[in-house]
Design a protein around this ligand. Structure first.
Ligand SMILES: [Fe+2]
Ligand SMILES: [Fe+2]
Length: 179
């Protein structure tokens, strides 16, 4: 955890960007698949929740006197995005499953930070977010089954998860939540 502890300010700024991005991803999915009522409702809820997380991180930054600023994006998101099929309906499945993987990774990270950060306020902060990201993961996976049979969704999720592990193994020079 030394790397994270030493760069906690940057980690928090990155976290704020991640919450903002998560809201954007859900909003884009809502716009892309408006005829799927279940998806539209679920995305509406996630947009609101991610924006409230974004606000919580901004408040935390304020309390700590850390200025929110632009950060160069990590390669993780771009590399994951590159795996999304161009053709519908596979594209919809991929977009939802990539979002699901990002949620799962955030959730895993929050769990680690909750259990290992020496700073009690931060540990609690990440612990509080843990559960909603786990819920978002299952929502995205469930919604993918609106576009393909469950077996196909499971197989594709496994494929994408393997590719994601390879992306993570490639590493990242920047301090990022998903590095
Ligand atoms: Fe979130
Ligand atoms: Fe989320």
């Amino acid at each position: 955890m030394t790397r994270v502890s030493a760069n906690i300010d940057e980690l928090l700024i990155d976290h704020a960007h991640c919450e903002k991005k998560a809201a954007g991803v859900a909003m884009n999915l809502m716009f892309a698949y408006v005829d799927h009522t279940d998806l539209v409702r679920a995305m509406g809820d996630i947009v609101q929740e991610e924006l409230s997380h974004f606000r919580l991180v901004l408040d935390l930054l304020d309390r700590r006197g850390i200025r929110f600023r632009k950060l160069p994006p990590s390669q993780y998101g771009a590399r994951l995005h590159a795996m999304i099929d161009k053709q519908e309906p596979t594209r919809a499945v991929d977009r939802l499953l990539v979002a699901a993987l990002i949620e799962a990774r955030s959730c895993e990270r929050f769990g680690l930070l909750r259990d290992h950060l020496p700073d009690a306020e931060l540990a609690k902060f990440f612990g509080d977010l843990f559960e909603s990201e786990a819920r978002h993961h299952s929502t995205y996976v469930r919604l993918a089954t609106e576009f393909a049979h469950e077996d196909k969704v499971k197989a594709r999720l496994a494929e994408l998860a393997i590719a994601e592990s390879a992306i993570i193994a490639q590493g990242e020079d920047l301090v990022r939540l998903h590095s």
